[in-house]
Design a protein around this ligand. Structure first.
Ligand code: FAD
Length: 323
């Protein structure tokens, strides 16, 4: 049966996060020929609506309000509640990002729905939708079937391919006026905390450093390599605890969960809590001087050696072919 699916878009630094387009692709598959409705929230965001159409949305609802200029759970929940009540969709998808993880349970509670969080894939089996999501820190996967009620899920970035962008796709764009009551939280300033422009959770290449880096100043060799590869820089908690870098870079069970095409682990031992955040990377390269390091058990390629010799050589070689 054809379904109406709502996709909540997320804009950061004046552009959509890629996972918005991935969620549209998933919604398209789940809708089985039904309607995919994009939602854009913010202050001056109507110019973004067409991009959702280009990636496959049939219709886009734009909710503009100065109180939505920055994300607040209160403001977004009010606005989205209105949209859901008006549209009465069969399902809602959004990215499993910091914002998605925050707003989805709140919205689910408001609309009286269940929620499947952190889905990495989906299947449509007859009338049912089956989501796959990691459990036990990525050591196993469970399949969750939506048998009744709203299909509400957050989608992990980098796991479901977005559709090709087609500028000539057409779709209706509507603006919806939603009164937002006074908010109890006021965002005065947003301070960016990542050291490269590339968002870790959506990066296709990540170079991550561990305690083996031996000092904050040595992270510069990782940034040089990352620069050549167009990669984001991440870290183990060991490196963050040792104050070599900011906790914003931490990957793992208590840090960010990433799924890049290529993950280069440098001077990282491979503790289970780190692996929980990166084991689903498509290709893993480990560089460690200890041949017994656990990271080699999950690595596709391993280099046993001193990172201070290996990394500059890699950078030099990549420069020859990439720059
Ligand atoms: P180490 O284990 O000290 O490893 C350093 C590695 O560098 C070693 O393998 C060594 O052989 C190698 N090395 C040293 N010098 C060189 C050199 N010159 N060249 C090449 N290799 C070299 N950790 C996370 O990463 N993310 C998390 O989210 C996280 N959450 C946690 C949650 C809890 C509740 C707990 C208890 C722990 C958590 N940890 C997490 C910590 C985790 O258990 C490890 O302590 C941490 O991952 C170790 O970081 P590391 O691999 O950088 O350091």
């Amino acid at each position: 049966m054809a379904k109406k699916m709502l996709v909540i878009g997320e804009i950061r630094d004046a552009q959509f996060r890629n996972v918005t387009f991935e969620a549209i692709a998933a919604a398209k598959g789940i809708s089985s020929g039904g309607e995919v409705v994009g939602v854009v929230l913010g202050e001056k965001v109507s110019n973004h609506a067409n991009e959702m159409v280009a990636y496959g949305a049939d219709r886009v609802i734009v909710v503009e309000n100065e109180k939505l200029a920055h994300y607040t759970p209160e403001g977004y929940a009010q606005a989205l509640n209105e949209v859901v009540n008006k549209e009465n969709p069969d399902g809602i998808l959004l990215g499993h990002t910091a914002v998605g993880r925050d707003i989805a349970p709140k919205l689910a509670a408001r609309i009286g729905s269940g929620l499947i969080s952190d889905a990495v894939s989906y299947d449509v089996v007859g009338e049912e939708v089956v989501f796959t999501r990691p459990i036990y820190s990525g050591k196993a996967f469970e399949k969750v079937v939506v048998t009744d009620g709203m299909i509400f899920a957050t989608i992990r970035p980098n796991n479901i391919a977005a559709l090709e962008k087609e500028e000539e796709r057409s779709g209706d764009i509507e603006s919806l006026d939603v009164p937002i009551m006074d908010l109890k939280t006021m965002i005065k300033e947003v301070v960016k905390n990542t050291s490269t422009g590339i968002d870790l959770s959506e990066a296709s290449i990540i170079v991550a450093g561990g305690r083996g880096m031996k000092g904050e100043e040595n992270f510069s060799i990782l940034y040089e390599l990352a620069d050549v590869l167009g990669a984001a820089v991440g870290a183990s908690r060991g490196a963050c605890d040792a104050e070599y870098c900011d906790y914003a870079l931490q990957i793992g069970q208590t840090g960010k969960v990433v799924t890049p095409d290529l993950y280069i682990a440098v001077g990282i031992s491979g503790a289970i809590q780190h692996v929980a955040g990166m084991s689903n990377s498509k290709v893993i390269v480990a560089i460690n001087k200890d041949p017994e390091a656990e990271i080699f058990q999950i690595a596709d390629y391993g280099i046993v050696g001193d990172l201070f010799e290996v990394i500059p050589k890699l950078t030099e070689e990549f420069k020859k072919v990439l720059v």
